[in-house]
Design a protein around this ligand. Structure first.
Ligand SMILES: Cc1cc2nc3c(=O)[nH]c(=O)nc-3n(C[C@H](O)[C@H](O)[C@H](O)COP(=O)(O)OP(=O)(O)OC[C@H]3O[C@@H](n4cnc5c(N)ncnc54)[C@H](O)[C@@H]3O)c2cc1C
Length: 427
C-alpha cells in the first residue's frame, strides 16, 4: 500500500511566485486600458494591502492595484500589460493568504480578485450563479467567480438545496482561484481528492489576455496547467465546482498515540476504506508542546475534556493526535454511534484518550475561523507565519518523525501546529 500513499506534512506553507514582466508607470497602464471597466488604484491603502500577505515574511509594492468588475476587465488589463513594449508585470490576488509573496508583484499591477468588487464580479461572471444539476456529470455543480471565498460559496450552495462542495481546505476564508492555483487539501482529500480534482471547467484569462474556457475535454493542457499552476498560467475567472448533498451534522473525534508507527498505520488503514463504512475526514497533528492539544482549533472540545500531556501514562515526548469525523443526518443518526465505535475499535490509540464532540456540518467546516477570531482578539493573527508544506512519501515518513518531529521539535517547549494529512496519491 505504501507506494500509493503520500503524507502531507504542514509545517509552514511555501509556494512559488507569480508571473513576472518588467514595470511601467500606472498612468500608462490606465491609458492602455482606455475607458473600459474596472478601477486602477494607486491609493496608498490599496497598494499597501497588496504589498503584504498572511505570511508576513515578504513585502513587494506594486505600482497599482486593479479592481475588476468581471472577467472582461481582467482580460483588458492583461491585454494592456501584454501589449506594452516595456512590459508590465501582473499578478492575481485572491485573499492574500499566501505565505511567501506569491500574489505580490513589485512594481507591477496586482489584480484584486476578491475585496469589494467580489459580489458584482460574481454576478457578472456567473449569471444566476445557482447550483445546476447535470445528468452528464452525474451530479450538481456551481459556477463561481475566481475571487469568491469558499465560505461564500458554501453559504450560497447550502441555501439552494442544501448542497456543498465535496472537497475542502481547513480554512474557508481563502479564494477559489487561490486554492485552485495550489491544490486545496484537507481531511476529505483521501476520498474526494484535493479541490483541483473536483472542478469540471474553468474560464482562464491567459497571458495574452484571451478568455479561454477549458476542461478535461476542451483545452486540457490549459485546464490541468491552471489547476495547481501557482498563478503562472493565467487568471482563473470562473470555476465549475462539483457539489454534493451536505450532511447535517458531524461527529468529530480525536484520539492520541505515543507510537508514530501505530499512528500512521491507522491513518493508512482508514484512508484505504471504501464505501459508507469509513470516516469522512482523516487528518492528524503532532503534539510536541504542552498546551497545543487544548489550544489549537480545539475550543470545540474543551473545557469538558481537556488533556494534560504530562498526565498520560505512555507519554514520553511527542504525541500524535488522530482526527476523524463521521458525517450524518436524520436518516443515519440512529446508527452513527455504532459505526463510529466499530471503526474506532480497529485502531491502536492510547486507551482512554478518545475525545468526541458533535456539531453542525457548517460549524465543522468553518472551525478554523473560530480560532482566527480568538487569535485576532489576542493580536496573534497578524503575526508572521513562516509555514511550510511538504509532501513526504509513506516510505520515508518514519524517518521524518525520527529526525523532525522527535528530533528537532521534540526538544522544544513551544511551537505552532503541525498537521499530518494522509493522502492517496491516485486521487
Ligand atoms: C489559515 C490558513 C489555513 C490554510 N489551510 C489550508 C488547508 O487546509 N489546505 C490547503 O490546501 N491550503 C491551506 N492554506 C493555504 C492556502 O490554500 C493558500 O495559501 C491559498 O493560495 C490562499 O488563497 P488566497 O485566496 O488567499 O490566495 P492568494 O494568496 O491571494 O494567492 C495565492 C496564489 O494564487 C494565485 N491566484 C490567486 N487568485 C488567482 C486566480 N483567480 N487565478 C489564478 N491564480 C490566482 C496568486 O497569484 C498566488 O500565486 C491555508 C492558508 C491559511 C492562511
Amino acid at each position: 500500500m505504501a507506494w500509493c500513499l503520500v503524507f502531507m506534512v504542514f509545517l509552514i506553507y511555501c509556494l512559488i511566485s507569480t508571473v513576472g514582466l518588467p514595470v511601467e508607470p500606472a498612468d500608462e497602464v490606465a491609458m492602455r486600458l482606455g475607458g473600459g471597466g474596472g478601477r486602477l488604484s494607486v491609493e496608498p491603502s490599496d497598494v499597501m494591502e497588496a504589498s503584504r500577505d498572511f505570511g508576513g515574511l515578504k513585502q513587494g509594492e506594486p505600482m497599482a492595484v486593479f479592481h475588476p468588475r468581471g472577467e472582461g476587465d481582467v482580460a483588458a488589463l492583461v491585454r494592456a500589460a501584454y501589449g506594452s513594449e516595456r512590459g508590465i508585470r501582473v499578478s492575481a490576488r485572491g485573499h492574500g493568504h499566501s505565505i511567501s509573496g506569491q500574489a505580490q508583484v513589485p512594481g507591477g499591477v496586482v489584480v484584486d480578485m476578491s475585496h469589494g468588487w467580489r459580489a458584482e464580479a460574481a454576478r457578472r461572471a456567473a449569471p444566476g450563479a445557482l447550483p445546476v444539476y447535470s445528468a452528464a456529470l452525474g451530479g450538481h455543480y456551481i459556477d463561481v467567480w475566481g475571487g469568491e471565498l469558499w465560505i461564500d460559496v458554501l453559504n450560497r450552495t447550502l441555501s439552494h438545496g442544501g448542497l456543498a462542495p465535496r472537497s475542502w481546505t481547513d480554512y474557508l476564508y481563502l479564494s477559489v482561484g487561490g486554492t485552485l492555483s495550489n491544490a486545496g487539501i484537507s481531511g476529505q482529500t483521501f476520498h474526494h481528492g484535493p479541490q483541483i480534482s473536483n472542478v469540471y471547467e474553468l474560464d482562464v484569462v491567459t497571458g495574452k489576455g484571451e478568455v479561454v474556457t477549458c476542461s478535461e475535454a476542451i483545452n486540457p493542457d490549459l485546464f490541468f496547467g491552471a489547476l495547481g499552476g501557482l498563478g503562472q498560467l493565467g487568471i482563473i475567472t470562473r470555476a465549475r465546482i462539483a457539489l454534493e448533498l451536505a450532511p447535517h451534522r458531524v461527529r468529530w473525534i480525536r484520539a492520541l498515540y505515543s507510537n508514530f508507527t501505530e499512528f500512521t498505520v491507522d491513518q493508512e488503514r482508514l484512508i484505504a476504506l471504501h464505501g459508507s463504512r469509513r470516516f469522512d475526514y482523516v487528518e492528524g497533528f503532532v503534539v510536541a508542546a504542552e498546551g497545543l492539544i487544548n489550544n489549537w482549533r480545539s475550543s470545540f472540545f474543551s473545557p469538558q475534556n481537556p488533556v494534560k500531556l504530562s498526565s498520560l501514562k505512555h507519554h514520553s515526548g511527542v504525541l500524535y493526535c488522530l482526527e476523524v469525523t463521521k458525517n450524518y443526518d436524520d436518516s443515519t443518526a440512529g446508527t452513527v454511534d455504532q459505526e463510529v465505535e466499530e471503526l474506532l475499535g480497529e485502531l491502536s490509540f492510547i486507551p482512554g484518550t478518545v475525545f468526541t464532540t458533535d456539531l453542525p456540518y457548517v460549524d465543522f467546516l468553518d472551525r478554523v475561523h473560530m480560532a482566527e477570531l480568538k487569535l485576532r482578539d489576542k493580536g496573534m493573527w497578524e503575526v508572521p507565519h513562516p509555514w511550510l508544506n511538504l509532501l513526504v512519501p509513506a516510505s520515508r515518513i518514519a524517518d521524518f518523525d525520527r529526525g523532525v518531529f522527535r528530533g528537532v521539535l521534540g526538544s522544544r517547549t513551544a511551537g505552532g501546529p503541525i498537521l499530518i494529512y494522509p493522502m492517496n496519491k491516485q486521487k
